[in-house]
Ligand binder design. Structure first.
Ligand SMILES: [Zn+2]
Length: 224
């Protein structure tokens, strides 16, 4: 099956998928915010996706929007490609993790299914991309994990960072300079009970790092 989608249609499907991971539906405002697009353009794209055969989204004006089964499969296919490409760029082409997101966004629309399968095989059907995002397998199943948000870790607990759910390049560059990346160990030294800032000790060198709640909810860890 080839992905007969424009880049912007694909961006919408991935955005709706992400925004409905822990809730039943999303809406035009949330999508406008996520995609940085004005609400009227969102509405016309949603109508377009709803009118495809088969329909890719369930959408009624002033109601929530959600992916149909067909839309969800396409979103997962795109995420598989995107994440395989990110890992390929880092592992094989020596890219830095902060530079792969935009590159993969372009490439996911031009590679063939054969190319996708070849890079998956070359990398032994990997389960996670360089940011720790799960890669759907060939049947579009996601690996199960027991990661928790760093924000929920107990004081004095030690953990391994497994996922950094950030796509902004500058922020990723900053985090890796502080040793914050998948595979790194950390210890939670203390939590400020008023603003939830965490004081961490990171890596072999126990580098101190303070992190606020906005970011500590985007970083996922496995407890040791
Ligand atoms: Zn990624």
């Amino acid at each position: 099956m080839d992905l007969n989608l424009s880049k912007s249609e694909g961006d919408y499907l991935k955005a709706i998928y992400t925004l409905t991971l822990d809730q039943d539906t999303t809406n035009t405002m949330a999508l406008a915010d996520f995609l940085n697009v004005r609400p009227p353009s969102i509405t016309s794209m949603l109508i377009k996706l709803a009118n495809q055969e088969p329909a890719l989204v369930d959408y009624q004006k002033h109601q929530g929007v959600n992916l149909t089964e067909a839309g969800k499969r396409l979103a997962l296919r795109l995420l598989r490609r995107h994440r395989l490409l990110e890992l390929f760029l880092v592992n094989i082409l020596n890219y830095q993790w902060e530079d792969v997101h935009t590159e993969a966004d372009e490439l996911e629309h031009v590679i063939s299914e054969k190319f996708e399968n070849q890079i998956a095989k070359l990398m032994d059907d990997p389960k996670f991309d360089p940011h720790g995002d799960p890669i759907p397998d060939r049947d579009l199943n996601l690996p199960t994990t027991n990661f928790i948000p760093l924000a929920e870790l107990d004081e004095q607990a030690e953990a391994i960072i497994r996922r950094v759910q950030v796509s902004k390049s500058e922020l990723l560059r900053h985090l890796s300079a502080q040793g914050i990346c998948p595979g790194a160990r950390l210890k939670l030294r203390s939590r400020n009970p008023f603003d939830q800032t965490l004081q961490l000790l990171v890596g072999e060198k126990n580098q101190s790092y303070a992190i606020g709640p906005e970011l500590s909810n985007l970083i996922f860890v496995e407890m040791l």
